[in-house]
Ligand binder design. Structure first.
Ligand code: 13P
Length: 250
């Protein structure tokens, strides 16, 4: 039985004051969350504050990106060891916003997944098709290509300690959500791809849905057999909405 995970992706939002209020709000509502793991992925500069507030709360935290390098002359980058030093459990890897605005290739994303995993972080490995790709009917080809970039280079074991997030690009921040059936179809396909290499990893890997998941659609999405939780953007910035989604995880 897979334990659901709901993770917030704050993206580039927040201030010292708003982060304080958001974290206090989330902590205050944690008593009502059942059997769902909860995490927040903060902008790097707020990770120390997040750690200080969340330590011992049952809520995990993580970063939104990491370097493929261990240390050195890479201005502006954050190393896996730095995230670990501040208690991070998770790191988002290959979000479509990084693929699009920072030209992250499948190969680079694969290197980041491996770097995170080797260091002892849990990568939240993001995949998903654009609207154009969906309309062309090549959604499965796109997610297969994105996943095989990791499996071909590092083996299916690289996914053994990972979380996959299926985030259709057309549903991110648009208010358009994949229907539970559309999402379930792709999630089942993703699990079948992993199963070809390792039925055991396929059975335990968490596959989150991301893309305008909100309190009013979360329960139905997460009721699907292959949807193991959510990666939440906009709705993770409001404690009451985020907690409502966490509760919908069961
Ligand atoms: P929204 O929930 O704002 O659509 O963002 C989803 C996302 O990109 C999470 O990583």
């Amino acid at each position: 039985m897979r334990k659901p995970l709901v993770a917030g992706n704050w993206k580039m939002n927040g201030s010292v004051g708003s982060v304080e209020a958001l974290l206090e709000g989330i902590k205050a509502g944690m008593g009502e969350i059942g059997n769902t793991s909860v995490a927040v992925c903060a902008p790097a500069i707020f990770i120390p504050q997040t750690q200080a507030r969340l330590q011992g709360s049952g809520v995990a935290w993580g970063g939104q990106d990491l370097s493929i390098h261990a240390a050195g002359a890479y201005t502006g980058e954050i190393a896996a060891a730095m995230l670990l030093d501040f208690g991070c459990k998770y790191v988002i890897v290959g979000h479509s916003e990084r693929r699009t605005y920072h030209a992250e290739s499948d190969a680079l994303v694969a290197d980041k997944v491996e770097m995170a995993r080797k260091a002892g972080l849990t990568p939240i490995f993001c995949i998903g098709e654009t609207l154009e790709e969906r309309e062309q009917g090549i959604t499965e080809q796109v997610v297969a290509r994105q996943i095989s970039a990791v499996i071909t280079k590092y083996g299916v074991e690289a996914l053994g300690d990972s979380v996959i997030a299926y985030e259709p690009v057309w549903a991110i921040g648009t208010g358009k959500t994949a229907t539970p059936e559309q999402a379930q179809d792709v999630h089942a396909f993703i699990r079948s791809l992993v199963a070809k290499e390792s039925p055991e990893i396929a059975d335990r890997i968490l596959i989150l849905y991301g893309g305008s998941m909100k309190p009013d659609n979360a329960a139905e999405l997460m009721s699907k057999p292959d949807i193991d939780g959510g990666l939440i953007g906009g709705a993770s910035l409001k404690a009451s909405d985020f907690l409502a989604i966490c509760k919908a995880g069961g």
